[in-house]
Write a protein that binds this ligand. Structure first.
Ligand code: FES
Ligand code: FES
Length: 142
C-alpha cells in the first residue's frame, strides 16, 4: 500500500480540471491539445490548453488521464501550477515542483508525474504548429 499524502488523495478524489476544452473559435484565443501514452497500453493523458494569443498565457487547462492515483493527482497539480503562466513559464515547471505541490510522491510513482509534462510539451508543440503527432482519431491511440 502506497503512502499517499492527503493532497494526492484530495486531488485524486476531487479533481477540478478534468475534461476537455472545446474550441469555440473565440477571437484571440487558441485551443491546443497534447497527447501522451496510449489507451491500448494502459496509461494515457490528454491535455487541452486554452491560450490567449497575444500574451501566450494559459488561461485554462483540462486533462483526461487514464492512469494510477499518482498520475491523476499529478495531472491536477500540473494544471493548477500552469494556469496563468505563459507557455514558456509553464515549460519550466519541473517534476519536483509537481511532487512538492502534492506534498511528495512515493519514489516508485515519480514517473507517473512525468506524463503530464510530456503532454504539456506536446500541447505547446501543437499550439506552435510544430508537428509531433496527429490527434485525428479519438479512439484507441496508436
Ligand atoms: Fe505503456 Fe504506460 S505502460 S504508457
Ligand atoms: Fe502508470 Fe502511475 S500512471 S503507474
Amino acid at each position: 500500500m502506497w503512502d499517499y499524502t492527503d493532497k494526492v488523495l484530495e486531488l485524486f478524489y476531487n479533481p477540478q480540471h478534468q475534461g476537455v476544452i472545446e474550441d469555440k473559435g473565440e477571437p484571440g484565443i487558441k485551443v491546443a491539445v497534447g497527447d501522451v501514452g496510449s489507451i491500448a497500453c494502459g496509461d494515457a493523458l490528454r491535455l487541452h490548453l486554452k491560450v490567449e494569443e497575444n500574451t501566450e498565457k494559459i488561461i485554462d487547462a483540462r486533462f483526461q488521464t487514464f492512469g494510477c492515483t499518482s498520475a491523476i493527482a499529478s495531472s491536477e497539480a500540473l494544471v493548477e501550477l500552469i494556469k496563468g503562466k505563459t507557455l514558456d513559464e509553464a515549460l519550466k515547471v519541473t517534476n519536483k515542483e509537481i511532487a512538492n505541490y502534492l506534498g511528495g510522491l512515493p519514489e516508485a510513482k515519480m514517473h507517473c508525474s512525468v506524463m503530464g509534462q510530456e503532454a504539456l510539451e506536446a500541447a505547446i508543440y501543437n499550439y506552435r504548429g510544430i508537428p509531433l503527432d496527429t490527434h485525428e482519431d479519438d479512439d484507441e491511440g496508436v
